[in-house]
Structures are given as structure tokens and as C-alpha cells.
Design a protein around this ligand. Structure first.
Ligand SMILES: Cc1ncc(COP(=O)(O)O)c(C=O)c1O
Length: 482
């Protein structure tokens, strides 16, 4: 929900675990795969002995078709070996803007410039590369319009495996073209219904009928291991472990991988998960003690707007993560603009979640270096108008009003001259003259030079004979505008 003022709030973090994982804490293992696209074939590389640390001491490992399904730190090390010649070891860069903001060194892990412009390729490649020969021959499938599909397409081309990507009919052409470019002749795109859920169902049906392996976006041990390689690189790239690592959360795959590696190798480092305010599926799962489906999801932070977190990631995250916080979508937009204007980084909304948390949403003030994972850079340029709008509203710089003008000459001039002041600009004016009525409402958008100017504007409005109603950012009209 967008906010009326630019004041960041500090939500109570949903504490995943009051104390960071004790090295002896066993990672609990789920009994059944719940929610999210299911994996129809769990590949092998997660079977190796764990190298110690939190997950390795788990005794209740569940085996699926003879394979261990719990992610381990050793699997992350194996995945890093596998991925070394395939993906980029992305840079870890100091951000002076964010360092000034939190008065600690803040580093950005630049997964926005990863192969396919997001970390998702790490998990997809790790999963597909581990498929045995007979599974490879039957091909793979996934349902995704975003970064996961690009990662799958990349892995299919590299490994010369046929893949089918199921997309909803609403997928923009630019995304289809990216997937086609990356996958070449190894990828076929299939329109699987109107909404994402239809595409997911079509992919699952196809997998059942054809024997193709479904590549899950997050709910799988090999996927978690691949994503965890981001953390392995971060600890390698710093002379000392950081105080805090901030990680964006959708289905929880990246957070689980990062937490597993960090709590094994740098247990004092705080691991914080960040969700968009409109899709707090991990917070809901932590409150319920198991993954649950959200009724409503605000889809703006696509990638992280997931209805239900994965069971495999949840079992890791519940035991190892220090806190999970939510950030309003408007703050994510302001952060996207700052990343673009100051660091020259094109971040997609989910890619800006972690750094957005530094705008007052962390559960505690960091007392040492901080690493934020900039997880993806696939932002469509056409989204920037929406991003700017949401940012202005969130910062309290743009407001909307219904102004009822008497239908008589001079009413508009009165509004402009007597109600508005210097630095208050009309950015939207929608008015339909109706001959049968004496008055007519207009929808008016006004930009302020500073958020603090709102009070004076409201006073002038109150003192005028015009009927003026301020639209609340969570009103239905507002949702129509944005
Ligand atoms: C750029 C980006 N960041 C974060 C996420 C969330 O990741 P996870 O589902 O592993 O929690 C995604 C998921 O697709 C993503 O594309």
C-alpha cells in the first residue's frame, strides 16, 4: 500500500528465529512438497555429505526416490565449482550513497549484471546440470515469464537439453524475445492460459504426460544450493565477514541458500530477508509455522511477489534467518530511482528490495559492514513512468484531489490563484463539463516541492469555498490511477 507521507516506518520485523542459528540446530525437513511448482525429479548433487554447520547435523533427512532433499552447505560448495566456468563471479561494490545513509560500509553484490541479468541462472543451471542422462533426454519444462525462465533457457542451451517454457498470454513481447534469444533452438515457448497459475498448471500437465522434468523456481534443494553460491562469493570477496547481509525474498530460494552458507561459515553475520509489503508470504509462513497461501498479492515487485513460500526454503529459513522485514512498494520505487540516478544501476523492483530496506526498515542499526544483494536488473524501460509515480506518492510529493467546481466562469482561475501557491504544480486535471449540473468534480493531481508543504495546501483548500476531497492512497480511485 502506498503511503501518504514520505516518512519511512519501521515495521515490527517478523522474527524468523530469535537467535541466529546455533551451529547444532538441525534444519528440519518437510514431509510433503506443499505449494509452488513441484519438482518432478530432484537431481543428485545435493546428496553429498554436508560440510558441517547448521544443516549438516539434521537427522530427519527425507529421501525422495533415494535422494536426499535437504540443502546442505556442501551442495553449495559443489554448485560453486559447477558454476565457476558458466556464470559470472559478480563484483561486490561499495556504495557511498548507502554507506552515508547507514554510517557503515555498504556493499552491493551486483547480480543485476549476472548472466541473464539475475542470480536465478545459478539455481536453474545447478538443477538442470544434475539431471541424469535419461531425464535430460526427455527435456525440461518451467512456468515463468521472468528471470527463472531466462535462467532455464540459458542452462538448456549450454547443456544442449530441450526445454519448454510455459508463459501466460499476457507476457510482454520483450520478455518472450529475451527468452528466445537466450535459449535459441533449445527452447520452445508455449502460451499456457491467461494467468500465471494457468501457465503453471499447463507446465505441470506437460511434465506429467511427457516425462519432462519440471524445473522449480525455488522449492528444491538443488535450486537453493545454486542460489547459495551468491553468499559463498560474498564471503570470499570480503576480508572479514560482514555484520549484516540483506536478501530479497520471493519464494525463499535465495534467502535459504544465503542463510545456509553464511550460518555455516560466518555464524555471527546477521541475515535479513526483505519482502514487498504487498506480498509478505514469508512473514505469513513464519507466523503460521508453515508455508501458507496469501489471499491477495500486490504484483508490482514481480519476482518477489509470491503467494506462498517454498517448503524446502522455509525449513532452512525458519531456523537460520535473523529477521524478515517488509518494505512498501513506493520505497522500492524511490530506491530504484536512486540506484539509477546515483550508482547508474538498472535494478528491477525485486532487485532494489534489499537496498530499499536501508531506508529505515532494518530491524536494528548495523554496527559493521552491510552487504545488499542487488538480485536482478531486468527492468523494462516502460515501467519507469509507474516507478516515478509510485515513488512521488510514497515520498508525499504527489497528491490527488477531487475538486468540485461550480460551473460558472472564473471557478478554475480562483483555484489556481487562491488555493495553489508557488511550487505547487498541477500534473493531472480531468474534468468533464456536464450541462445538466451546476457543479462538476475534477480529478486534480498536484506535485509539491517538499512533502512538508501539504499541510499549508490543505489549510488553503479548507479555507476556500470549493468542495475539495483528498484521495487516500489506498482508495479505489487511487488504485485506478496507479
Ligand atoms: C530479481 C529477483 N530477486 C529476487 C527474487 C526472489 O527470489 P526467491 O524466489 O529465490 O526468494 C526473484 C525471483 O524470481 C528475482 O527474480
Amino acid at each position: 500500500m502506498a503511503r501518504t507521507t514520505g516518512q519511512p516506518h519501521r515495521p515490527t520485523p517478523a522474527s524468523a528465529s530469535p537467535a541466529p542459528a546455533a551451529a547444532s540446530a538441525p534444519a528440519r525437513v518437510r514431509e510433503e512438497s506443499e505449494g509452488g511448482p513441484a519438482s518432478s525429479g530432484t537431481p543428485t548433487p545435493v546428496t553429498g555429505p554436508a560440510e558441517g554447520g547448521p544443516a549438516s547435523s539434521g537427522k530427519k533427512r527425507k529421501k525422495t526416490r533415494g535422494r536426499v532433499t535437504v540443502p546442505t552447505a556442501q551442495a553449495i560448495r559443489d554448485a560453486a565449482e559447477l558454476l565457476r566456468p558458466v556464470v559470472r563471479r559478480t563484483p561486490l561494490e561499495l556504495s557511498s550513497r548507502l554507506s552515508n545513509r547507514v554510517e557503515q560500509a555498504v556493499y552491493l553484490k551486483r547480480e543485476d549484471i549476472q548472466v541473464c541479468r539475475s542470480y536465478k541462472v545459478r539455481g536453474a543451471y545447478t538443477f538442470i546440470a544434475a539431471l541424469p542422462e535419461e531425464a535430460r533426454a526427455k527435456g525440461v519444462a518451467c512456468a515463468s515469464a521472468g528471470n527463472h525462465a531466462q535462467g532455464v533457457a540459458f542452462a538448456c542451451r549450454k547443456l544442449r537439453i530441450h526445454g519448454k517454457v510455459f508463459l501466460p498470454a499476457t507476457t510482454p513481447r520483450q520478455k518472450r524475445e529475451r527468452i528466445a534469444d537466450i535459449g535459441g533452438r533449445w527452447i520452445t515457448q508455449v502460451i499456457g492460459g491467461e494467468a500465471f497459475d494457468d501457465a503453471a498448471q499447463a507446465a505441470a500437465e506437460y511434465s506429467r504426460e511427457s516425462g519432462a522434468t519440471l524445473v522449480p523456481p525455488f522449492d528444491d534443494a538443488a535450486i537453493v544450493a545454486g542460489q547459495g553460491t551468491v553468499a559463498l562469493e560474498i564471503l570470499d570477496q570480503l576480508p572479514e565477514p560482514p555484520h549484516t547481509i540483506v536478501v530479497p525474498v520471493g519464494g525463499g530460494g535465495l534467502l535459504a541458500g544465503v542463510a545456509l552458507w553464511v550460518k555455516t561459515h560466518a555464524p555471527a553475520t546477521r541475515v535479513i530477508g526483505v519482502e514487498p509489503e504487498g506480498a509478505p508470504s514469508l512473514r505469513a509462513a513464519l507466523e503460521a509455522g508453515r508455508p501458507v497461501s496469501l489471499q491477495n498479492v500486490e504484483s508490482f515487485v514481480d519476482g518477489a511477489a509470491v503467494r506462498r513460500v517454498g517448503s524446502v526454503p522455509f525449513d532452512v529459513v525458519r531456523d537460520l534467518v535473523d529477521a524478515v522485514v517488509t518494505v512498501p512498494e513506493g520505497a522500492v520505487c524511490t530506491e530504484m530511482l536512486d540506484l539509477y540516478q546515483t550508482e547508474g544501476i538498472i535494478a528491477e523492483p525485486a532487485g532494489a528490495l534489499a537496498t530499499a530496506a536501508l531506508r529505515g526498515y532494518l530491524p536494528e542499526v548495523p554496527t559493521g559492514p552491510v552487504v545488499c544483494i542487488v538480485s536482478g536488473g531486468n527492468n523494462d524501460v516502460s515501467r519507469y513512468a509507474d516507478v516515478l509515480e509510485r515513488s512521488l506518492v510514497h515520498e508525499g510529493l504527489r497528491h490527488y484531489f477531487l475538486v468540485t467546481f461550480p460551473q460558472q466562469p472564473g471557478a478554475l482561475r480562483f483555484f489556481l490563484e487562491e488555493v495553489l501557491a508557488e511550487g505547487e504544480d498541477i500534473v493531472l486535471f480531468e474534468y468533464v463539463k456536464k450541462n445538466s449540473r451546476e457543479t462538476g468534480p475534477a480529478l486534480v493531481g498536484i506535485d509539491l516541492a517538499a512533502a512538508s508543504g501539504l499541510e499549508r495546501l490543505l489549510q488553503r483548500m479548507d479555507g476556500s469555498p470549493l468542495k475539495i476531497e483528498k484521495l487516500a492512497p489506498d482508495s479505489a480511485v487511487f488504485e485506478f490511477l496507479l
